[in-house]
Design a protein. Structure first.
Ligand code: ATP
Ligand code: MG
Length: 353
């Protein structure tokens, strides 16, 4: 007999074949359909015993090996010190395409977490989200994730023209698009077709979209960023104190975290401000503003960033300076950065003062 059949070569061992137990136990289990961890954990020991003809002791041994192989064990501080590889490495993030912002966020918008940007109307929240929706499409070595965006609009129409303006700039001037041998990287379709827009008016539809529609979309399209513009708009003011509002907020926060963790993506929730002292939101100073939705929502986000707009001292320069500040985050120090918004998108300031 010569070579093994092509079907056998390179055939991956089943879960049960990889366990470090007596081959006879593995054979008996396999023969009776117990090839996955799920099939074993989901059956009673008596069932396994009866169907596979194993003894009670062998069955207990099999189950405990399966459980040990399945459960992710915590590692000790000593193990971390001995072998840094056991510590999960930093996750990739989405570059803002603006160095000063990347610096305060230590690389960009993090995946596997929920980030909020709050700020007054006109501060630039939507501009930041649009830029990230473009940036996420870049390959990992160019600061993106090579994936698309799901953009949920709750307030106003999706600013398609503005997106087109920013995407157009990216495809013409970004070094990646310039150097890419793939000509589609220079086509506008590629950059805008990867942004899936959904307009939603109420909380029920928002939850439905996050729990059902987005996972369905993700079965055939790669999504690296989910934007909600904005989260406050689906909560009516008159519901402010109601119990159902805090229940909906909790459900929303939970669903967003689930999505971020299971699909390895970044969630960006834009939020409006309310006046802390009952002043007119448009004319008060930034300290007078607090993020909308109160404490219940604050506890559901991982990172909070505050965006504000200020005019420079020099009246010769009419472009307003924007400021993004890390308000809280489990891993970032409190820091802030200035930037400007131009026709092309977010830009670093030449002279960051
Ligand atoms: P709201 O809460 O009302 O949605 P927002 O925080 O989302 O407000 P944006 O719509 O992101 O605000 O920002 C609007 C601002 O962005 C404009 O006031 C303008 O200063 C700037 N902007 C928009 N388009 C351009 C452009 N093409 N060139 C330069 N600046 C622009
Ligand atoms: Mg907006």
């Amino acid at each position: 007999m010569g070579m093994a059949s092509a079907g056998c070569i390179g055939k991956e061992a089943t879960f049960i074949e990889r366990l470090d137990i007596h081959p006879r136990i593995i054979e008996s289990a396999k023969r009776n359909g117990y090839t996955s961890a799920w099939s074993i954990i989901n059956s009673s020991p008596e069932d396994i015993e009866q169907r596979s003809g194993l003894t009670a002791a062998e069955t207990t041994h099999l189950i405990s090996c399966v459980v040990n192989a399945t459960i992710k064990k915590p590692c000790t501080a000593w193990q971390m010190f001995q072998c840094p590889d056991v510590v999960p490495g930093p996750y990739p993030c989405i570059s803002f395409g603006c160095q000063s912002l990347n610096k305060i966020l230590q690389g960009g918008l993090p995946i596997r977490s929920v980030t909020e940007i709050y700020g007054p109307s006109g501060s630039g929240k939507t501009q930041v989200a649009l830029q990230l929706a473009i940036q996420v499409q870049l390959p990992v070595n160019a600061g993106g994730l090579g994936k698309g965006t799901a953009y949920i609009c709750t307030e106003s129409q999706f600013p398609a023209r503005r997106l087109r303006q920013m995407a157009d700039h990216c495809r013409v001037h970004h070094p990646f698009a310039q150097c890419s041998p793939n000509s589609s990287s220079r086509s506008l379709d590629k950059w805008t077709n990867n942004i899936h827009v959904q307009h939603i008016a109420n909380m029920e539809d928002l939850l439905n979209c996050i729990q059902k529609q987005l996972p369905m979309l993700m079965q055939h399209r790669e999504v690296g960023l989910v934007v909600i513009d904005s989260v406050a708009a689906v909560f009516r003011v008159e519901d402010a104190q109601s119990q159902s509002r805090s229940q909906s907020l909790t459900a929303l926060g939970y669903a967003l975290h689930q999505l971020a963790m299971t699909k390895n993506l970044a969630v960006l929730a834009l939020n409006q401000v309310t006046s802390a002292r009952g002043h007119d939101v448009l004319h008060g100073s930034f300290d007078d503003f607090v993020p909308a939705l109160g404490l219940a929502w604050s506890n559901l986000i991982t990172t909070r960033l505050a965006l504000s707009r200020k005019y420079p001292q020099s009246q010769q320069c009419v472009i307003p300076v924007r400021n993004l500040e890390v308000h809280f985050s489990p891993w970032l120090p409190r820091a802030s950065a200035n930037f400007i918004i131009t026709e092309e998108g977010l830009k670093d300031m030449m002279n960051p003062n």
